[in-house]
Design a protein around this ligand. Structure first.
Ligand SMILES: Nc1ncnc2c1ncn2[C@@H]1O[C@H](COP(=O)(O)OP(=O)(O)OP(=O)(O)O)[C@@H](O)[C@H]1O
Ligand SMILES: Nc1nc2c(ncn2[C@@H]2O[C@H](COP(=O)(O)O)[C@@H](O)[C@H]2O)c(=O)[nH]1
Length: 191
């Protein structure tokens, strides 16, 4: 592994559901284990294989709302009928220790982080086409037809926000996108 160029820096990775954020981030963490990925809280139910505390903290809506009221989230938003939020304390602790932190969140949350952490690096991941995005969401096989419809409708909105971001990456070929992601995050010897 190369040396860490982004110590203590906050990076926000946003993009439509199914574009491949999670896949890219998993590849990045495998190559650069010193990066720290925030585990979000959500009110949606776990997908098969998802583990509480590892993929998400799965909360009831009242418990999530209590955390909102107590200021426990760095940001939070409603997405496709469910609530999602970034627990504040662990992110602040990791940044204070000088560790580079990744948030993988949707657009409204990214906008909130832009206000509270203006120095954060904000990256938008785009699909090569809308048709390919739909193929990926369907191919994942995790969402109902209704959920797919909601996610695609939201994707259309999110893809209009390109100008708000520090960088935009098209996830067409996975290996090429991963290399580009490394370069954007400052892993200079990634190529
Ligand atoms: N470059 C790529 N080419 C083809 N398929 C891809 C590529 N990147 C990711 N995928 C596939 O697309 C699907 C969606 O990917 P993934 O779950 O990582 O998306 P996501 O953006 O994290 O979605 P969500 O925000 O809903 O969690 C997965 O089946 C994944 O294997
Ligand atoms: N604003 C936030 N968005 C989040 C957070 N954690 C995940 N997400 C985003 O939600 C959608 C849907 O995720 P899924 O796992 O149900 O497919 C996706 O865009 C995620 O990036 C969060 O803490 N805050």
């Amino acid at each position: 592994m190369d040396s860490l160029p982004t110590s203590g820096r906050l990076t926000v990775i946003t993009g439509p559901s199914g574009v491949g954020k999670g896949t890219l981030v998993a590849g990045l963490l495998q190559r650069h284990p010193a990066l720290w990925l925030s585990v979000s809280a959500t009110t949606r139910t776990p997908r098969p294989g998802e583990i509480d505390g590892q993929h998400y903290f799965f909360l009831s809506r009242p418990d999530f709302e209590a955390q909102v009221a107590g200021g426990g989230f760095l940001e939070w938003a409603e997405f496709a009928g469910h609530l999602y939020g970034t627990p504040r304390a662990p992110v602040e602790a990791q940044l204070a220790q000088g560790r580079p932190v990744l948030l993988e969140i949707e657009l409204e949350g990214a906008r909130q982080v832009r206000r509270t952490f203006p120095a954060a690096f904000q990256l938008l991941i785009k699909p090569p086409s809308f048709e390919e995005l739909e193929r990926r969401i369907r191919g994942r096989g995790t969402d109902s037809e209704e959920a797919i419809g909601r996610r695609l409708a939201r994707a259309r909105q999110e893809l209009t926000a390109e100008a708000e971001f520090d960088a935009v990456l098209v996830n067409a070929d996975l290996d090429a996108a991963l290399r580009e992601l490394e370069l954007l995050l400052g892993f200079c010897d990634a190529v």
